[in-house]
Structure formats: C-alpha cells, structure tokens
Design a binder for this molecule. Structure first.
Ligand code: ADP
Ligand code: MG
Length: 333
C-alpha cells in the first residue's frame, strides 16, 4: 500500500501506548516478571501476498514463517500464535485444509511455535491473519544502532524477488527453481534470536527489500548506514543474473520477502555471534556512520562511490522512486 507508513503515523500512532514502541518496530513488547513477550501480527491476502492457486501447504508456510521472522528479529523465541482465516469456498474442502494444516505443522516442528487459538469465517477471497508471540527478556528494536557498529545480515537474499518473476511469467523457471521455493518457504534464521538478543544493538527482518529496510533501521536509530555492495550475500542461483545486469541487482535489493535479519552490533561481537549460531551464515555488509545529511543509506561500489546517488551508472534508467531514495545526494562524501 503506498503511503502505508504515513497513514499509520497519522491515524493510528496517536492511539498507541508504550507497548507499541512508536509503531515502528517489527514487534510490540510486553514486559512481564521473569521475561517479556514480543508480539507481531501480519495479514496475508490472496493475489497480493501470494498466489491464491498456490499449494495450500506453501501458503501456510509463508504466512507463519513471515510472522516468525518478525519475532526472531526482535530477539524472541517463537512461542505461540493465533490464526485467523477468511476462507472462500474453494479453500473449505478437506483436501485444501489438510494440506494447509500440514504446512503449519511443518513450521511448528521447525521453529517450536504452537497454535493457541484463532478465528474462522467465510469470504470471497482467502486472507490469513497471524499473531505470533515470542519470549525474550531483552527485546531488540530498530532504534539502538550507534556509529562505529557493523551492519550484518543472516543468510542470503534476492531469491524470492526472482521467484516472483517466475510465478508472474516474467522469467523462465530454468535455473531459478530454488528461488521459486524460497518465495513460499523463506529460510527464516531459526535460532538466531538468542545471539541477537544478547549482542545486537538494533535489528529488523528484511521483508520489503534490503535497501528499504536498511532505511527503516537507519531512520529509527538516527544514523547513517554504508553498505558495501560487493559484500551482500545473494542466493547462488541469482548471483550470475546480478553480475550480468544492473537492473537485476536493483530488483534483488528492493524485491522483498527475504525474511533474513539485518542487524547492527559492536565489531568485536561478530565472532561470538557466529560461534553462537553455527547452523547459519552471518555476513558483515557495512557499517553504521554518523546520521547527519539527507541520505541515511549509501550503497558503495568498489571505488567507494554511492550507487544510489543520481548520475551513478549503476541504476541509470531505472525508476529510482521505487527505492524511496529519489532525493539522495551524497552528503557524506
Ligand atoms: P513488518 O513489515 O515488520 O510486518 P509493518 O511494515 O507491517 O511491519 O508495520 C510497521 C509498524 O506499523 C509495526 O510496528 C506495526 O505494528 C505497525 N502497524 C501496521 N499497521 C498498523 C495498524 N493498522 N494499526 C496499528 N499499527 C500498525
Ligand atoms: Mg518485520
């Protein structure tokens, strides 16, 4: 929805209390004796967030994993969730529902989360609302990054953006089979909440594309972020496409649905974080710098030039307004 954040700020922020953390974080935080809760809610609608004709187990996995991603990026251990369903007639058969439930069961098994309740109604189009709770005594927000911290990312990104291209008929599937799967089964960094809660200074999950989400973190923390373009870990199947075509790089950085964690931490803690999460990959992709100037996020090429600045050949001819960076100058250079 264009202007989503503007309307939240105008109409809903005045209604929020301290638990809502200014309605800028992935989760609300409810402190409690002996450990608090982080809470996220997300609604997925057929035709907008997924193809309504996709396999029901895959739709279920996408819906639940995208919520778990918010919980993990806030430092929470996935605990319980509520499931609200608006079901068109085609989704009320036993076959559809049993496949949908199987998809949920698989994610429950993977993450440790359990169903606690929900609501069911019939409707013209399929919509899935999930509210997920995680346990933590140290929630991680988007607001704690400090100049001198490093910027790091779990896993790899870009696959889902290309999977969407295949699903919508803009690219052939050959060579992008893994990307297609990642559109519905994102590789959410299960277990990463533990080192994140202990060592991260700020974090969020990459749901709207790396550049846009980096901008959210930078603005919430009032800092600048310098991202080293050559350090960004892209999925192996899309790496060759990116090398061949700058518009593919743009797509991989703005496409969304990656569900990896982008976080900041003190440089000395990267090694401990990696040791505490040996099952996954953590890549340092940049650094936190002073926040002065109009461009909170810079994407640096190998010569140190900002690829987001007007006139840089990287995204020449590409509609820059999609970046939310159309105003970008080069204030820190
Ligand atoms: P995410 O992409 O992490 O799920 P969103 O972009 O959906 O986060 O939301 C950003 C922030 O705005 C969150 O803190 C969320 O709780 C809040 N928010 C979104 N929609 C509403 C709404 N209708 N009422 C109140 N808060 C909202
Ligand atoms: Mg999020």
């Amino acid at each position: 929805m264009s202007g989503e954040f503007g309307l939240i700020n105008r109409f809903f922020k005045p209604l929020s209390g301290p638990e809502g953390v200014g309605l800028v974080d992935d989760c609300a935080y409810l402190p409690a004796p002996g450990g608090g809760l982080v809470v996220s809610t997300d609604m997925l609608v057929a035709g907008r967030h997924f193809n309504g004709n996709a396999r029901p187990d895959l739709i279920a996995q996408k819906a639940l994993l995208s919520n778990i991603s918010d919980v993990i990026s806030s430092g929470g251990a996935p605990h319980v969730y509520w499931l609200s369903l608006a079901l068109p007639e085609a989704c009320q058969s036993s076959a559809w529902l049993s496949s949908f439930a199987e998809g949920l069961a698989e994610v429950q098994h993977l993450s440790g989360i359990r169903l606690a309740g929900g609501d069911t109604t019939s409707a013209e189009h399929l919509a899935i609302g999930i509210t997920a709770l995680g346990k933590t005594d140290r929630p991680v927000s988007r607001r704690g990054a400090n100049p001198g911290d490093v910027l790091a990312l779990t896993g790899t990104i870009g696959g889902p953006a290309f999977g969407l291209d295949v699903e919508q008929g803009r690219r052939p599937e050959t060579g992008l089979e893994k990307a297609c799967i990642s559109l519905y089964q994102p590789e959410v960094p299960i277990g990463f909440h533990l080192p994140l809660a202990r060592f991260a200074t700020a974090a969020l999950d990459v749901s709207d594309g790396l550049l846009g989400d980096a901008q959210h973190l930078a603005r919430a923390s009032c800092v600048g972020l310098d991202i080293d373009a050559s350090a960004i870990p892209f999925s192996s199947e899309i790496q060759p496409l990116i090398e061949a075509d700058p518009s593919s790089l743009f797509q991989a950085l703005t496409g969304g649905d990656d569900y990896q964690v982008l976080f900041t931490c003190k440089p000395g803690t990267v090694k401990i974080i990696r040791e505490a999460w040996p099952q996954g990959r953590v890549t340092v992709i940049g650094s936190v710098v002073g926040g002065e100037g109009a461009a909170p996020v810079r994407l640096l090429d190998q010569g140190g030039e900002n690829m987001l600045a007007p006139g840089h050949p990287a995204f020449d001819g590409i509609d820059r307004t999609q970046l939310g960076f159309s105003h970008v100058t080069n204030p820190r250079k």
